[in-house]
Design a protein around this ligand. Structure first.
Ligand code: GYE
Length: 324
């Protein structure tokens, strides 16, 4: 009898330990991650950052879908996540508009949506819990402010003589393209001699950046400044400028956004002049937000990333430690 008592006590203790463990161990959450594509080094770094961060926590199972730069693929992926009753959706909007219906479906299915990098249009933001990433308007303003100082210091801008600008825009309708163009113009409006004579969508890719820059130069070999909405397009444009017999970074001042290694190297080589950082390493913040959500915490509506500006004064020193 005494022996049976001991066994029962042991069983009771074991059951208690198991139930405590069950209470302590977070429920495994299945997270659907809808990414827009792999159009740039910045994008690929973003994807790996999210995948690696979720892989480090085995209480999450990540389902990944690459939309290959097509909105219909992304909407299809979001619908498949809803059909599979994932616990949470993490996604980046290729363009701002067109996600209202599928986001409403997620809401009806009680699936929380956490956005990273690119947001949806104002009218659809009520269907997502939070957005984390860069302030694209501020990035555009940083470009304008850096150019204002550099062009003046280099004696290129005397405040009156017209300066011939070209702009390689990002994917039409995307948050970074809309906001970076706006941010830049917030500063350019105070410089009436800055003339944006050429502005066209380069889809954030180096091949499109090269092609569009070739067309700009064919039309106008006197371009003095190039603002590219991302480094990838700038790196493509640098090829086009060289093939046109001009010196990138000298004959044409070049500024872009992202802060990828290739842009740093181009600055160190004197073939580009500045890159405004756009930090894609959002994985750890995304996992923390989803963890907080699972723990029932309220998420802030907006989580900003901290970013810097790099040019010939600091790029060489920073290059060795760049993660993307
Ligand atoms: O600048 C570009 C990528 O959404 C902020 O998308 C991101 C942008 C980034 O294609 O390289």
């Amino acid at each position: 009898m005494k022996r049976w008592g001991k066994i029962l006590a042991l069983v009771a203790v074991a059951m208690m330990v198991l139930s405590v463990a069950a209470i302590a161990a977070p429920k495994t959450w299945v997270v659907g991650f809808s990414q827009i594509g792999s159009e740039s080094e910045c994008r690929t770094a973003d994807t790996h950052s999210v995948q690696d961060a979720f892989a480090q926590d085995d209480s999450f199972a990540l389902m990944y879908a690459d939309a290959q730069q097509k909105q219909e693929n992304q909407i299809k992926a979001l619908r498949s996540f809803i059909a599979r009753k994932v616990d949470c959706i993490v996604f980046t909007a290729l363009v701002e508009t067109g996600y209202g219906p599928v986001l409403q479906e997620a809401q009806k299915a009680h699936i929380p949506v956490v956005m990273i990098d690119r947001d949806v249009a104002k009218e659809d933001q009520k269907y997502r819990l939070t957005i984390m990433g860069s302030d694209f308007i501020k990035e555009g303003e940083k470009v304008g402010n850096w150019l204002a100082k550099y062009l003046k210091d280099k004696g290129i801008d005397d405040g009156t003589t017209p300066i011939d600008f070209a702009e390689l825009q990002g994917t039409t309708g995307s948050a970074p393209a809309i906001d970076r163009a706006q941010g830049f113009r917030n500063i350019a409006k105070d410089h009436p001699n800055w003339q944006i004579k050429h502005s066209q969508d380069g889809d954030f890719t180096s091949s499109q950046g090269k092609q569009v820059m070739e067309a700009f130069l064919k039309d106008d070999p006197k371009i003095q400044v190039l603002f590219a909405h991302n480094d990838q397009m700038a790196l493509g444009a640098i090829q086009a400028i060289k093939e046109a017999g001009l010196q990138p970074g000298k004959d044409i001042t070049i500024i872009s956004i992202d802060g990828v290694k290739g842009a740093f190297q181009a600055i160190v080589n004197g073939e580009s002049n500045c890159t405004v950082e756009c930090n894609p390493l959002l994985g750890p913040q995304a996992v923390q937000a989803v963890r907080d959500l699972r723990d029932g915490k309220k998420l802030p509506a907006r989580i900003w990333t901290i970013e810097s500006v790099y040019d010939a004064s600091n790029a060489a020193a920073a290059l060795p430690t760049r993660q993307y």
